[in-house]
Design a protein around this ligand. Structure first.
Ligand SMILES: *Cc1c(COP(=O)(O)O)cnc(C)c1O
Length: 378
């Protein structure tokens, strides 16, 4: 294994730190049309349905080449009725991106924009659905990675079902790390990707979609390559991806799924991530940092910390110092406050988080940043 001094830990929401076994799985070449590779694709699709507790006679899993956004784009194009209207629940960059995608496709939509970090509330969604009978679908980001907030998926899903609308969930940064059951929660479309909580390498996303919606999506795509129905149809008929698949990524993903199972599946992974988050938040607070969110909204995926107001703190310097000691953190994505983010997902455990905390303490001392004086006097 390579030294972690040279290869930093990625404390990011993906791509993230992957295991040696996952990387090693990529040391073989595969024919994209060959039965051996087709078996890997079929296995991965079946395992994802099982992980989502999605009945295989009701739902289909359709992988799509590209980053997560490619999968979101293909899902929105397939699952939204061109004569309908989508309610986009926004509290960060990924909700905004969904609205941008719908605008580009010429779909009608309305938004509930909660700003940077407030959760959309189920009763607000209910009111909007009552007021506007034209709405046919609701889009929700489960864990809005911009702030790390975990939005109230179950309660919103119940409201959407009660109104008979389609629910499309961007579970990119939560699926595999936070329990989601399509048997228990009425979700029509769920989107995620290889390089988040399942801890694969980047290269494809996947959409778990109700088969009736998939069938209705035939011919709706605005794009040749991002046609989810055509991808599914071709895969069902031939076992192959419609265009060149990211073969090495798919095989690495299968290895990552094995490890996910060995860790105890979603509950096992959720326990490790939650422990990482608890050690991180406790340690950062002890150093004097504040989290953007109250405890009830913190996800076990990524946490936003407010930057110290002490003028001695400069994010660039802080980032470079941590990087030189083997830790890549993540810049903030808020519109009006200075912040940075630290991820808890990937091949990391509490010992890594403890190391990070001591490097952060060291770095602040070297930078001459005083946190307690500033936060206590506030
Ligand atoms: C990572 C992520 C995406 C997809 O981003 P890509 O850069 O296209 O992979 C979408 N939604 C959420 C919530 C994410 O965390």
């Amino acid at each position: 294994m390579m030294s972690n001094l040279k290869v930093p830990y990625l404390l990011t929401p993906g791509p993230l730190t992957t295991s040696h076994a996952t990387k090693a799985a990529m040391l073989r070449d595969w024919g994209s049309w060959d039965d051996d590779f087709n078996r890997v694709t079929a296995d991965v699709r079946a395992q994802l349905l099982t992980m989502a507790e999605a009945a295989s006679d009701t739902y289909a899993c359709v992988p799509m080449q590209g980053s997560g956004t490619f999968a979101v784009e293909s899902a929105l194009a397939c699952a939204t009725d061109p004569s309908g209207k989508v309610l986009v629940l926004m509290n960060g960059a990924y909700g905004k991106r969904a609205a941008q995608l719908l605008a580009m496709m010429g779909r009608r939509y309305v938004t509930l924009d909660k700003g940077d970090y407030l959760p959309p509330q189920p009763d607000e969604v209910a009111t909007l659905l009552q007021q506007d009978a034209d709405i046919t679908a609701v889009f929700l980001v489960h864990c809005e990675t911009s702030s790390g907030i975990l939005n109230p998926l179950d309660a919103i899903a119940e409201v959407v079902r009660a109104h008979g609308k389609t629910l499309i969930v961007d579970a990119m940064s939560s699926f595999g790390g936070i329990p989601i059951s399509l048997t228990k929660t009425p979700i029509d479309v769920l989107i995620s990707s290889a390089n988040k909580c399942i801890e694969g390498v980047p290269g494809f996303g996947f959409v778990i979609i109700r088969q009736t919606l998939l069938a209705a999506g035939k011919g709706r795509a605005h794009s040749l390559s991002l046609d989810l129905y055509a991808q599914w149809d071709y895969m069902e008929r031939t076992g192959q991806w419609r265009f060149t698949p990211p073969t090495h990524t798919v095989v690495a993903f299968q290895a990552a799924l094995d490890q996910h199972r060995e860790e105890g599946g979603v509950p096992g992974r959720c326990a490790r991530y939650t422990h990482n988050r608890d050690v991180l938040v406790k340690g950062m607070r002890a150093l004097g940092f504040s989290t953007l969110l109250e405890d009830q909204w913190l996800s076990p995926i990524i946490t936003t910390f407010l930057s110290p107001t002490d003028p001695a703190f400069e994010f660039k310097t802080f980032y470079a110092a941590l990087k030189s000691r083997g830790f890549l953190i993540y810049p903030g994505k808020l519109t009006d406050v200075e912040s940075f983010r630290i991820g808890c997902i990937g091949q990391l455990d509490a010992a890594v988080i403890e190391q990070l905390l001591s490097v952060i303490q060291d770095t602040l001392t070297k930078m001459g940043v005083s946190l307690f004086s500033e936060s206590r006097s506030a």
